[in-house]
Design a protein around this ligand. Structure first.
Ligand code: NAI
Length: 326
């Protein structure tokens, strides 16, 4: 059983395999495949849709060429990275010989449980099985598998090849060495893994992010500011600082006495609802879904959507240029 394996054994087995597999080749899956292919690993990538798989090569090429345009990737490394990604609709073929398998299928508990049960039966004991779930409990995903010690959460952020963070989350039965090995493997392919000690809904990043979104939506709902003004306040205010000063550092910087005094006064006025806001539910019911319907909290004509997407990619690329060692 994997529970009995040592950290060195787990790491050695991974390195000797020289291969990762990714199950689900959509938005996240193709990006995770790209990270490992660029780092020199063979990658087996499976999806149930051959149309999705046909898009993987062109998408990875575009991503890598954009990065090369900023000097972040050697253009000569692109053909090799593309050659190392092997797509197939046959999951057993994709995972064969892989030392680490990332699951990145749609966010559905039953489907993920089914895939992990299959992977658990298919892959030898030494293979680490990781899920990219955004919010679902790792323990629940692993619950239908036998060898739960090797199942772990590795939560990448979109786009995974440009956002360094990967949250690494153990389920109730995960071997601590599997967590250690993932931290090590992810760091070696240039990611910034962060250990989450408890398997709680939303893990770490999404709990923080959605606490902010809940307050932002509540501010709009209560007429305190318009949606665009809320975003301006963040983009031109504390959002700039956040990239270099986290809230825990910032609390220490301003002083915990001041933080305590602010919380004494203001916390009771903040949104604490346990449900999605009425305005959010109302917009969803009206089909005002944001970019995909052209209207959400704001109007989104196609040109404006493209401008926002490009702005994000350019910002992330420039961030990497400015932070070469990150
Ligand atoms: P997506 O919809 O772009 O890709 C999912 C892929 O899974 C699709 O190509 C689909 O054909 C494939 N699929 C469905 N059933 C399958 C099966 N049985 N076997 C193989 N492939 C199958 O979804 P996306 O956004 O890439 O999300 C994947 C996972 O990553 C989800 O768990 C999601 O919550 C998580 N995630 C998503 C983020 C995002 O920003 N979109 C960020 C971080 C995590």
């Amino acid at each position: 059983m994997r529970q009995k394996m040592t950290l060195d054994q787990i790491k050695t087995m991974f390195e000797q395999s020289g291969k990762v597999a990714v199950v689900g080749g959509g938005l996240m899956g193709h990006g995770i495949a790209q990270i490992f292919a660029l780092a020199g690993y063979e990658v087996g990538l499976s999806d149930i849709s051959s149309e999705v798989l046909e898009q993987v090569g062109p998408k990875v090429r575009t991503n890598l060429e954009q990065m090369a345009g900023y000097g972040l990737v050697d253009p000569d490394a692109i053909p090799g990275a593309l050659r190392r990604i092997h797509t197939t609709t046959d999951m057993p073929q994709a995972v064969e010989g892989a030392g680490l398998v990332f699951e990145a299928v749609v966010e559905n508990l039953e489907l993920k449980q089914k895939i992990f049960s299959e992977l658990d039966a298919l892959c030898p004991d030494g293979t680490i099985l990781a899920t990219n779930t955004s919010v679902i409990s790792i323990t629940e995903i692993a619950s239908t598998s036998q060898n739960r010690g090797r199942i772990v959460g590795t939560h990448f952020w979109n786009p995974p090849f440009l956002v360094p963070l990967v949250e690494v989350i153990p389920g109730a039965d995960t071997n601590p060495y599997v967590v250690e090995a993932c931290m090590d493997i992810l760091a070696r392919v240039g990611k910034r893994p962060v250990r989450v000690k408890k398997d709680v809904p939303g893990f770490l990043g999404n709990r923080l992010q959605h606490a902010l979104w809940r307050e932002a939506i509540s501010i709009v709902e209560n007429g305190i500011a318009d949606a665009a003004e809320v975003d301006e306040a963040i983009k031109y205010g504390f959002g700039i600082r956040l990239a270099v000063l986290g809230p825990m550092e910032n609390a220490d910087l301003v002083g915990l006495d001041l933080t305590c005094a602010i919380h004494e006064y203001v916390l009771k006025h903040l949104e604490a609802s346990k449900e999605p806001s009425p305005i959010l539910k109302e917009k969803e019911a009206k089909g005002e879904l944001g970019f995909k319907s052209g209207k959400g909290f704001q109007d989104w004509p196609i040109e404006r959507q493209q401008e926002v997407r490009q702005r994000l990619v350019d910002h992330l690329l420039k961030w990497h240029v400015a932070n070469p060692k990150a």
